[in-house]
Design a protein around this ligand. Sequence first.
Ligand SMILES: *Cc1c(COP(=O)(O)O)cnc(C)c1O
Length: 378
Amino acid sequence: MDKNERQILLTPGPLTTSTTTREAMLRDWGSRDGEFIAMTARVRERLAALAGAANSHVCIPLQGSGTFAIEATLGTLVPAAASGKLLVLINGAYGRRMARICDILARAYVTFETPEDVPPTAAEIADVLAADGAITHVAAVHCETTSGILNPIEDIAAVVADAGRALIVDAMSSFGALPLDAGTIPLTALAASANKCLEGAPGMAFAIIEKEALAAAAGNAPSLSLDLHDQWRVMEDTGQWRFPPPVQVIAALDQALAEHQAEGGIEARAARYGRNRRVLVDGLRDIGFETFLPDALQAPIIVTVRMPGDPEFSFDRFYDLLHGQGIVIYPGSVTIEPTFRIGCIGRIDEDDMRRALAAIRDALDEMGIAKDGLAPAS
Ligand SMILES: *Cc1c(COP(=O)(O)O)cnc(C)c1O
């Protein structure tokens, strides 16, 4: 494919980015350069401001994908067993991944799991916290990208704060598009990355952590490179990253954040993704597909589609036919039933969604699948 041809990535990330964001990566920066140090500071301030957390919290950027920031946040904030215990709320793969991280880091934890199409309720969480006084922290996923379900983060935050515990939010697939304001919602930390709703390039993630909690976390981390307290301390002292930063990725995020602001911030991005979702879901239903989640639980991030029951339907073939038209979709990851996923996020709009729907119709024609073949096998 031509390097200038636009790919429409309807995935959970990396995503379609603007040409200007990609162009921001065309030069070299020395990591100790004054200009680069100023860029890091600007990116950190903008990210903290997006979380409504400019005074109470700090943004600590970290090399790597989103999982690195989740692992670093849990390892830095949750003390070793004996003094710390995490409650992990699970309704998908990313909740399960946090439990796995606790296993590997040897952090004490319990889980509260609901089915992949069911959010936990505040009452259920209150019961778990009341029954176990040893729990110090609660980890929740804002939008569980496994299904695309929106978890009730305000309710969760309120009940966790009432119980006097600390909340850590995996905001990976929502940050920048769904409001999560640390000024109004009690939250100790959130983690997200550059290449989802912020529409930057992959390679950098970050955590936004309450200053007091971070200051108290010295020496907790069971890792050198994933120690956010140390990363923060060095960055505050020198303005520099501890280890070589992904300079081009930070430059791209700096540009992507400027474009986020120019678009109208979180509200405007939420509105655009919401329009993408509307066009996508209406179009898919019109064609004959069924969505996995009811509309009330569906975040404007990624849509899980039930796999058609027609034995002639092959996801791999469908994927290849769409790919041939510059449209990239994603396999499913819910465990309850066979599905695939189509994202609404990235630098894409309703016209791109209509193009994707036209490509989907073409692919179904090519495969010889009629409308009644799209109902899921029961
Ligand atoms: C993508 C994602 C992650 C992991 O981020 P990676 O960049 O894939 O490592 C974690 N949680 C959620 C909710 C995500 O969507």
